[in-house]
Design a protein around this ligand. Sequence first.
Ligand code: M6R
Length: 609
Amino acid sequence: MCGIVGAVAQRNVVPILIEGLKRLEYRGYDSAGVAVIDQACCLARTRSVGKVRELEGRLDAHMEGATGIAHTRWATHGRPATENAHPHICRKTVALVHNGIIENHEALRRAQMQLGYEFTSQTDTEVIVHEIYRRLEETADLLAAVRAALPSLRGAYALGVITNREPGRLVAARRGSPLVIGIGIGEHFIASDVAALLPVTQRFMFLEDGDIADITRDAVTVYDAQGARVERPVRHSELSADAVARGEYRHYMLKEINEQPRAIADTLENRIGVDQVYAEAFGPAAAGLFADIEAVQIVACGTSYHAGLVGRYWFEGLANLPCAAEVASEFRYRKPRVAPHTLFVTLSQSGETADTLAALAYARELGFARTLTICNAPESSLVRGSDLVLMTHAGPEIGVASTKAFTTQLVALLLLVTALGRSRGLTAEGEARIVHLLRSLPGQIEQILGLDTAVQAWVPFFTNKQHALFLGRGTQYPVAMEGALKLKEISYIHAEAYPAGELKHGPLALVDADMPVVAVAPNNTLLEKLQSNLQEVRARGGELFVFADSDNDIHEDPRTHVISVPPVDDLMAPIVYAVLLQLLAYHVAVSRGADVDQPRNLAKSVTVE
Ligand code: M6R
């Protein structure tokens, strides 16, 4: 949460910082701010509540400087307000942006107040800038001051710090929150994410946990947690600035929904042959490591957790492996019993979700045999911290509501299930069948996207509703959960998902004419059961919206609306039907005038607990 950008250059960096903030806005958008060292060698700052465009509107045309930092905020400590927006400044001398949470901020605040420091915000961040200022007075060196201040902080941080006493210098540090350095020609940058800097560079240095970087126009010097000078490799990003542009689409979410055929094809590329999944897809060591695996534990959050729930059915049903799936925020505080030879699998779009990272660290303590991540962000903390990695090649996902990350995670899970299933009863024919189905999946999704107009026709039934139920059975139950999550997060309609067989154990009491009930009904062995459950809804005056396989015997009537879906193999059905639920949530949110890409109170990447 929160996005930070910084730059040291020879040119005016304000436009670079503002463009960077716009590209980081998915990380938080409660308030934003920018500070530069101006030509008079003073710190000039502008802050604003709301989005970056609000900040832009407030900028003085004369605000210019060659060294600067900027921030877009997702409020944790202190409400969204101008005084809580970053950068925070101490005594007109040190300015700082921060992503993370300082857990001991109250104790530090009390101590600093006794020393006469004045507080202008309710944030946990402000103590850091005072702490650094205090050390700057002693050392007269920004790097030394930051280094001396950091040990007093408990918690997570990515920091960018500047001072008008050393105008051409930017000091950055990270512990627990992501930070990348952009390498330019005669100029250098920092940001929470490479996406922020793509218009100015494609060369990046990823800081490790505990690193401090001393950055000037001409040099970047990195010190590790022990204070030793270290070299961090410079990597070339394949992403172009356009990859994170919205293009002709009204919203990123719609663009990302429509990108799914390509995202899935890219995720499959070089991972499948004619009839088989390549073991090399998981790295050179994978084949040897997989041979020992006897169980799987999946841990993730939100949409990624829903993908994990689908995966559980596949691991047990296809690969004959016991599998559990759990949300990271619960797993990390539990005392799980770890069966020998259990593979610990994390799923994440961003690779920076704090709870998932903490769960991975905990898994190491608990002694899981191996860790594997399925992740969409190269060089992210999860990728770097896992033994094995399977990247989803969905491309940057900017809309807060996860779409293409979910479907590519499912594809990646199927690759893993197939690779692990090989030595556990999955036959060569079985593997070939999965591979063929996967190969035809992008085309199938393309066809499904053609149902967009039919989905839009349902929108008026939802626009003014307060609640909705989603039903599914088997692998479609997590898909229903995902549909409900999509609807609630972007349209603010309260939505819940149930395995359809559970209706009669309570939720049926909620069914009335004001409660639209959405059901996903592909052709599978549970279809008849699901149809009985739908009858239960109908009999109680509920209004049904059913995505049904065109071969199914589900008929329209005045209170049963059916979208006929081209037949799809049961194995691919969770991926295909998820796309329809994404479209439904998207169009309903648009009809309610909601901010689809940046829903209230949320951020794309949850890097704090
Ligand atoms: O980056 P991750 O996949 O680890 O993020 C996990 C969740 O925060 C994320 O899926 C969230 O639930 C989305 N906003 C859902 O659309």
